[in-house]
Design a protein around this ligand. Structure first.
Ligand code: NDP
Length: 290
């Protein structure tokens, strides 16, 4: 059923969310620091508020999608949040999200943090796979779940306001490891008579086949037994890394994307864990939080 809500921030992502809500028939009040960015949405039926405080006053549900945590602070500085349901889709760290939750509660608002797992063209497109992680007030999430799920799927991951950001960053971190490997792979063939598009298909197929290993890692972490179900033991893998490094050298490719991970594997092996696979590397990464 149609809902009335406010959205602060009409950048690439905010505008995509706004269009999805308008297309679904919700009444939307928008505000953007640079007013001209609201014009196309006004033409699509959005009410445009002159100030952030005015936009916040217009609706109980207030969604914020700004550049970073500092811009949220700045934009909401003069707004009365009493009785508001604040949903912050601005990318932040878990620590920033927890502090922002306290900040919002101190101003009389319920708070939900969100992490967007999509790029703007996926937003509002059924079947695109776009979704957001949400964490913080369960009541807020339950009350507004329907409208929140319009632009992108909604996955609630816990009362701890930092959990949405933590899930978001965990997935992005895994992705960057994958990007690093892909970059190295293309560098290896760059000077050869191998079509990048042919290698691309093979890389995609291989990575798909390998992603299942994530479940074995989870089981090993859960049980504490890192030798459980091992098919490629660490001793073999450390011996094999020499081939990867020598191939990089033969091809004139810097090994710098691979060596940090190999160094950790070697350290774990030196600790007497040759019968494990790479799960023990996770233990080596633990360090004192800042
Ligand atoms: P844009 O750079 O397109 O837009 C940034 C928005 O923040 C604009 O509305 C801008 O206003 C506003 N803004 C910046 N600083 C301030 C400030 N000090 N006070 C008030 N408003 C401010 O970014 P996106 O829309 O792409 O991203 C928005 C959020 O979504 C970010 O946190 C981003 O990490 C996240 N996100 C983006 C993805 C993407 O692919 N684009 C993917 C996943 C998450 P103005 O128009 O006046 O400059």
């Amino acid at each position: 059923e149609p809902t009335s809500l406010t959205l602060l921030g009409l950048g690439a992502m905010g505008a995509a969310f706004a269009r999805a809500w308008l297309a679904a028939g919700h009444s939307l009040t928008v505000w953007n620091r640079t007013a001209s960015r609201a014009e196309p949405l006004a033409a699509d039926g959005a009410a445009v508020a002159a100030t952030a405080a005015g936009a916040v006053a217009a609706n109980r549900l207030v969604v914020v999608c700004l550049l970073d945590d500092d811009s949220v602070e700045e934009a909401l500085a003069g707004a009365d949040l009493t009785g508001r349901d604040l949903v912050n889709l601005t990318t932040s760290t878990p620590g920033q999200a927890r502090a922002r939750a306290e900040w919002a509660r101190g101003r009389g608002a319920r708070f939900l943090d969100g992490g967007i797992m999509a790029v703007p063209p996926m937003v509002g497109v059924p079947g695109s796979g776009a979704y957001c992680f949400y964490s913080g007030s369960r009541d807020l999430f339950d009350d507004h779940r329907g409208v929140l799920a319009v632009p992108a799927g909604a996955r609630y991951v816990g009362e701890d306001a930092g959990f949405a950001a933590l899930h978001d960053v965990a997935l992005l971190s895994a992705m960057y490891g994958m990007f690093a490997g892909i970059s190295h792979a293309f560098a290896l063939i760059r000077e050869e008579d191998i079509a990048p598009k042919d290698l691309a298909s093979l890389i995609a197929e291989w990575l798909n086949a390998m992603t299942g290993s994530v479940h074995l890692t989870a089981e090993q972490l859960q049980s504490g037994d890192y030798t459980k179900g091992v098919v490629s033991n660490l001793a073999m893998q450390v011996a094999g890394k020499t081939t990867l490094l020598r191939t990089a050298e033969e091809q004139g490719v810097s090994p710098e994307l691979l060596t940090p991970f190999f160094a950790l594997m070697e350290r774990r092996l030196a600790g007497g864990h040759g019968a494990e696979d790479t799960t023990g590397v996770i233990d080596l990464l633990a360090c004192t939080p800042a």
